[in-house]
Design a protein around this ligand. Structure first.
Ligand SMILES: [Zn+2]
Length: 283
C-alpha cells in the first residue's frame, strides 16, 4: 500500500484567519437581506454598538453620560444588564441629576421620587399600568402616566373612596390628603370628576390601620397629626405638579400644539409691528 494518498496532508493546509464578524451579513447589501435576516442583522448591529460601552472605563462612561438627555439614559439603562448596573446605582445619581438639569425649564426632582423615576415619569411615553405606547396623559399629582382605559381601573371616585375607609375615621376634605386628579370629559361644560389614585389610597389606609388604637383620645390625636403631615406633603406635591404641568405645556417641545401657538403668536406680532411701522418700512 502506497504511503501517498490523494488526500492532502493537514499540516500543509493553511486555514484563512477566522473573521471577527459575519461576512455574509457584512457584505450583502441591507436591502437584499431577507426580512428575518434583516431583523437579526439590525439586532446584531444594535448589540454590537452598545457593547462598546462594556469596554469603556466607568469614569469615562459617566463623563459621557453627563451630557445625555434623560430619555437616552433611560434607553441605555434598559438595553443591557451591564449598563443597567452602571446607571441604576446610587453612585450614578450625579449622572441623572446632570441629565435632568440639561432639560430646559424642567422643575427639580421632587423629594418623593428618585431621579430615574422622575425621568421615567417626564419622558417615557408608556402607560405605567398596561405599558401602552405614546401616552401623553401625565397625572403629576399622582406621579403616574396613564392611558384613558387604565384611568378608571386604577382610580377611585369620591363615592368609592368614602366606602373604602372605615366609618370610624372622620377625615375632613379627603381631596387635600389623598392624591387625586380632576378628569374632564370631552363635554367641557360639565364639571370635572375627581379621581383618587387607588394604590396611594390603599397605602394610606394601611398606615391608618397600623395607627388604630383602642383609646379614643389617642386615636383622635394620632389621626389629626397624620392628617396634618399628609396635607403638608400633598400641598408640596400640588405646587410641584403645577410647575411640571407648566413645563409640559410651554417647554416640552414634543408638544406640537405649543409650537404652533408660538409660531402663530410670532407671526401676529411681526404683522402688528409691520403695520405700526409701515410708514418707515414702505416709504
Ligand atoms: Zn394603560
Amino acid at each position: 500500500m502506497s504511503s501517498f494518498s490523494s488526500k492532502p496532508c493537514n499540516c500543509l493546509v493553511l486555514k484563512p484567519p477566522r473573521p471577527h464578524f459575519h461576512l455574509e451579513s457584512a457584505y450583502v447589501p441591507h436591502e437584499r437581506l431577507q426580512p428575518a435576516k434583516r431583523r437579526r442583522f439590525k439586532l446584531l448591529r444594535k448589540v454590537d454598538s452598545l457593547s462598546i460601552f462594556a469596554h469603556v472605563p466607568v469614569d469615562i462612561f459617566y463623563e459621557i453620560s453627563l451630557y445625555l438627555h434623560p430619555q437616552d439614559l433611560l434607553n441605555l439603562s434598559r438595553s443591557t444588564r451591564r449598563l443597567r448596573e452602571l446607571l441604576m446605582t446610587r453612585n450614578a445619581r450625579f449622572v441623572w441629576v446632570s441629565a435632568l438639569s440639561n432639560v430646559e425649564g424642567l422643575p427639580r426632582c421632587p423629594s418623593d421620587l428618585c431621579e430615574p423615576q422622575f425621568a421615567n415619569l417626564s419622558f417615557d411615553e408608556h402607560c405605567h399600568f398596561c405599558l401602552a405606547p405614546k401616552v401623553k396623559i401625565i397625572l403629576w399629582n399622582c406621579r403616574v402616566r396613564s392611558c384613558s382605559s387604565c384611568l378608571f381601573k386604577c382610580f377611585l371616585t369620591i363615592d368609592q373612596l368614602a366606602v373604602a375607609y372605615p366609618k370610624t375615621l372622620d377625615i375632613l376634605k379627603p381631596e387635600t390628603i389623598f392624591p387625586n386628579v380632576t378628569y374632564h370629559n370631552t363635554d367641557s361644560s360639565k364639571p370635572g370628576k375627581v379621581l383618587f389614585y387607588k394604590p396611594q389610597v390603599e397605602l394610606y389606609l394601611r398606615e391608618l390601620a397600623e395607627n388604630d388604637r383602642e383609646n379614643e383620645d389617642v386615636r383622635s390625636s394620632m389621626l389629626s397629626k397624620w392628617c396634618l403631615a399628609k396635607r403638608r406633603f400633598y400641598a408640596e406635591v400640588v405646587v410641584h405638579s403645577a410647575m411640571c404641568e407648566q413645563w409640559s405645556r410651554y417647554w416640552d417641545h414634543s408638544e406640537t400644539s405649543c409650537q404652533f401657538y408660538d409660531f402663530a403668536f410670532t407671526v401676529c406680532l411681526v404683522g402688528l409691528l409691520a403695520f405700526l411701522w409701515k410708514d418707515k418700512l414702505f416709504y
